[in-house]
Design a protein around this ligand. Sequence first.
Ligand code: COA
Length: 389
Amino acid sequence: MVRQVPIAGVGMTPFGKSPERTARELFGDAASEAIADAGIEPAAVEEVFYGNFMGEFAEGQGHQGPMAAEAAGVTAPATRFDSACASSGAAVRFGARAVARGDADVALVGGAERMTNLSTADGTSALAAAADALWEVRAGVTFPGAYSLMANRYFHEYGGGREELAHVAVKNHENAVENELAQFQRSIEVEDVLEAPTVCSPFGLYDCSPMSDGASAAVLVSEEYAEEHGLETPVAITGTGQGSDGLALHDRASMVETPAARRAGERAFADAGIEPADVDVAEVHDCFTIAEVLALESLGFYEPGEGLAAAREGETTADGELPVNLSGGLKAKGHPVGATGCAQISEMTKLLRGDHVNSDAVADAEVGVTHNAGGTVASCVVTVLEVMG
Ligand code: COA
């Protein structure tokens, strides 16, 4: 990016079950909160970047750009981004780049998803559209199924098993206990994970993120605008990267590497002028426990095969060397897919500026990274956030 993009405000609805509320209502709430947090008027928004994945399936709603602008109470040009579970990560990226380029001084970014109005079976079908329809979906592959293939292959190549993965779920549930926005605010033990009903071997219930409703938003501004209007912007986006990979798992060179994330991370780190070792705290896309492990390895925090032990060894817990998913992650905070990427931005912004319930765990942190993946990481957006000097 040519220059840093200050985050003037963030907002997020509680994640969980609210099937009676539409995605547009949820986004209206998150956007209003972000706009109020920024201390601007809605009329100041010059462009809207909105992420959603399954609105046509869940609500029969397409043409969601103007819908999102209307819900936010603004009349600015508005575009919807779909990159499956990375939809609002992509929206944040394009909003940040528009501001960095000087195309807009104030961008509203975010996303929403309504999922629990569907049965689990229908929600699973809707999510499967993010996989390869010609081969994977016809063969009956669902997302728990696809990630369980990746987990089994990981165990085959590097060793380890369900017990190591369970520590990822235990850590993320623990982190969510005090987070009032999280879907599950309760701690669990390794035994709970191992004894839970099987979803798709090796995964039990606690290896999976849940179906969730929710929305997230952020107001990004130019440095000049922030200065002219006296906005408080302690945190800025300083780097962004995006990567793609084959849509289907069977077309990949490896099922235990996620090059889309590696490329996104390398670009984001280069953009910000940092190295993985500079990162103090991370929010990564743990849609399934194995996904957190693959994310940490693809971002260069661990060598291939070494990420599995990180949670068990306490390296990624709240008091560890690199706290990961202090929000509770997708596992415990919830995963309304189109809202997740910008929710990571909202949570990370609060963690870094000191008003998150878990901020004390990272009181001296200056650099945070978010990793937001689509499908089986066929797409990925990585964002670097830094405390402004
Ligand atoms: N973790 C912890 N608890 C969960 C949970 C999860 N992932 N999912 C559901 N629960 C709890 C519910 O809160 C409920 O508890 P309660 O009885 O105390 O109210 C109970 O389990 C049953 O919930 P229900 O919604 O009926 O579960 P389900 O069996 O229909 O669905 C999954 C569970 C894991 C299959 C479903 O959440 C799922 O498909 N998750 C994956 C979503 C996904 O693929 N996302 C995209 C990622 S790429």
